[in-house]
Design a binder for this molecule. Structure first.
Ligand code: FSO
Ligand code: SF4
Length: 547
């Protein structure tokens, strides 16, 4: 295996024996073969589109789900990945049949020609991973694009599940996979395509924002309890709000409470979910603390998306852990979705009823809900605070959290920021500082949480609005600095989106991506001012944030 798609890539180079994330080499290869089938499908689907034939919704869904299932910490189940590979080859061959019927000539390429049995999958998979591209810089840019597409696919899948779709986004994903496979693009062309991916990422996040806010209302300032109640609980993790809605409906008046975990915390900010009296609060922290926290939770846990940390052998909670959608873990029950998008949580509820109530690990409240609509309602207050100098600078500290020790940097950075600064956050990165007593500025909290990582879109909307209010020509003239933490591929699409929007001088940590080659890094530094992080003191000084 060779995998270098996330921030934890072994030695900052890549995982070769087993993933630091816990992914087995067999799983990594299964994923490489799945991506091989997806590339094949994308090549034919793109040719069909060029000839006026739109592939069906099911095919689009297959591609987004396949990409999503290869995101870091989403799926550890070889069987579920190989089932997708089987299905992928069937779909690809059907599409090839259709293309030939229409007289379309297809490229002579392995992705379209190879057919094999399950027994041959592992051997084939070993030859189709990221190292198949021998030029380091081309590989770097292609993978940058593929990881961006994975993040985009994840966000598109959430929007689709709420009934919001835009076929041009599916077409872009497939067209891009096809073009980087078939055409010999130069590094310049690939850089342009990476920025185009960022543009499409903005559109996807905008679509998801519309899907979420049209379905559940605009996020509003909300205090969320982090303590526990006396009923047994169900913990729901991941990012999918549609799944949460179904769970809340099915658990009504059943004597169990529902708690959010990790990236599901922002669900509390949506008006539609406030009507459920059994929607109890948020339990725990970012994804990487789940082993201890799931043990203490005592009740069933549902994963709607990544990030799963493989439970240790003999972990008390494995039997009450459920996966769904693109996620999977061997030995855990998978909740399937029927034709109408419905999930049946009756087994989860039955287990919950026999569990003890969660053990309290924290108590108190955290405040969030500062997505674009809410911030705009406070716009006058914010603008006045900037004009009067009460707010000197905003620091965008969005992105991911992770278990790497160096991430303590983000807590110290937040603590040491001068008191006339405000943190704008989104994603699970917030858990590094959202429970600190950072206070407020004239009633504006010093940590404004917009929501999940996809709600970084909200931060971009806020920045663009401020640019308009302050009548600036360039987004980079705003008193905003970017100190972003990344972990997996959704952060890659957020980063590409920011680059597309023209944001310069982004600091990215805790380490720069292993998949960025030295030459590509040079381009990112020279053209976009992207930089790593240093010491807290040094960086505060660099940002002009001395106390
Ligand atoms: Fe975090 Fe995991 Fe949302 Fe990621 S939960 S790390 S960026 O999956 O998706 O922020
Ligand atoms: Fe390694 Fe990250 Fe890939 Fe897991 S996802 S195998 S930790 S690079």
């Amino acid at each position: 295996m060779f995998c270098f798609q996330c921030q934890e890539a072994a030695k900052g180079i890549g995982c070769t024996l087993k993933g630091v994330c816990g992914k087995n080499d067999t799983t990594a290869r299964a994923m490489d073969l799945l991506l091989f089938t997806v590339r094949g499908i994308s090549i034919v689907a793109t040719e069909l589109r060029k000839n006026g034939k739109q592939p069906c919704d099911k095919l689009n869904t297959f591609v987004t789900d396949a990409l999503f299932s290869t995101i870091t910490n989403a799926n550890f189940d070889d069987d579920s990945i190989y089932t997708r590979v089987d299905e992928g080859f069937i779909k690809r061959n059907k599409l090839i049949g259709k293309a030939l019927e229409m007289g379309i000539s297809l490229p002579e390429i392995d992705e379209l020609k190879w057919n094999g049995t399950r027994e041959q999958y592992d051997e084939k998979a070993a030859k189709v991973g990221v190292m198949r591209e021998t030029n380091e810089d081309i590989r770097s840019l292609k993978e940058l694009i593929v990881y961006g597409l994975k993040g985009m696919a994840a966000y598109l899948e959430h929007a689709n599940r709420l009934g919001y779709n835009d076929v041009s986004l599916h077409a872009f994903i497939q067209n891009t996979l096809a073009t980087i496979t078939v055409d010999n693009l130069s590094t310049e062309e690939l850089t342009t395509l990476a920025l185009k991916t960022g543009e499409m990422g903005v559109q996807t996040m905008a679509l998801l924002d519309t899907a979420n806010t049209s379905s559940y209302g605009h996020p509003e300032i909300t205090s969320v309890s982090i303590g526990v109640r006396n009923n047994p609980g169900i913990l729901i993790s991941g990012h999918d709000l549609h799944d949460l809605e179904q769970l809340l409906e099915q658990t009504k008046d059943r004597g169990v409470d529902v708690y959010t975990h990790g990236e599901m915390l922002p669900a509390h900010y949506y008006p539609a979910f406030k009507k459920y009296p059994h929607f109890a609060g948020n339990y725990g922290n970012a994804w990487w603390k789940q082993r201890e926290e799931f043990t203490a939770f005592n009740g069933p846990i549902i994963f709607t998306t990544n990030c799963i940390v493989p439970p240790l052998p003999g972990a008390s909670y494995t039997e009450r852990m459920f996966t769904s959608n693109s996620t999977g873990f061997p030995g855990c029950k998978h909740i399937s979705t029927d034709e109408n998008g419905h999930k049946d949580y009756s087994e989860v509820i039955a287990i919950a009823k026999n569990c003890a109530a969660p053990t309290e690990i924290e108590h108190g409240e955290i405040v969030g809900g500062f997505a674009h609509n809410q911030v705009m309602q406070l716009a006058n207050k914010v603008v006045d605070a900037v004009k009067s100098g009460a707010i000197r600078k905003f620091i965008v500290m969005a992105g991911c959290d992770g278990r790497m020790r160096g991430r303590e940097y983000y807590t110290s950075f937040a603590e040491q920021l001068p008191k006339d600064t405000v943190i704008l956050t989104a994603g699970c990165a917030k858990y590094r500082y959202n429970k600190l007593p950072l206070g407020d500025i004239n009633g504006i909290p010093r940590v404004l949480d917009a929501g999940q990582c996809n709600d970084s879109y909200s931060l971009a909307v806020i920045a663009l609005k401020l640019k308009e209010v302050f009548q600036l020509n360039d987004i980079n003239e705003l008193p905003i600095v970017y100190n972003i933490a990344w972990y997996e591929q959704k952060a890659v699409i957020v980063l590409l989106a920011l680059l597309y929007l023209g944001v310069k001088e982004i600091h990215l940590g805790p380490t720069l991506p292993a998949f960025i080659s030295p030459n590509v890094a040079k381009v990112l530094v020279e053209n976009f001012g992207i930089n790593g992080i240093g010491s807290v003191e040094g960086d505060l000084q660099k940002f002009g944030l001395n106390r």
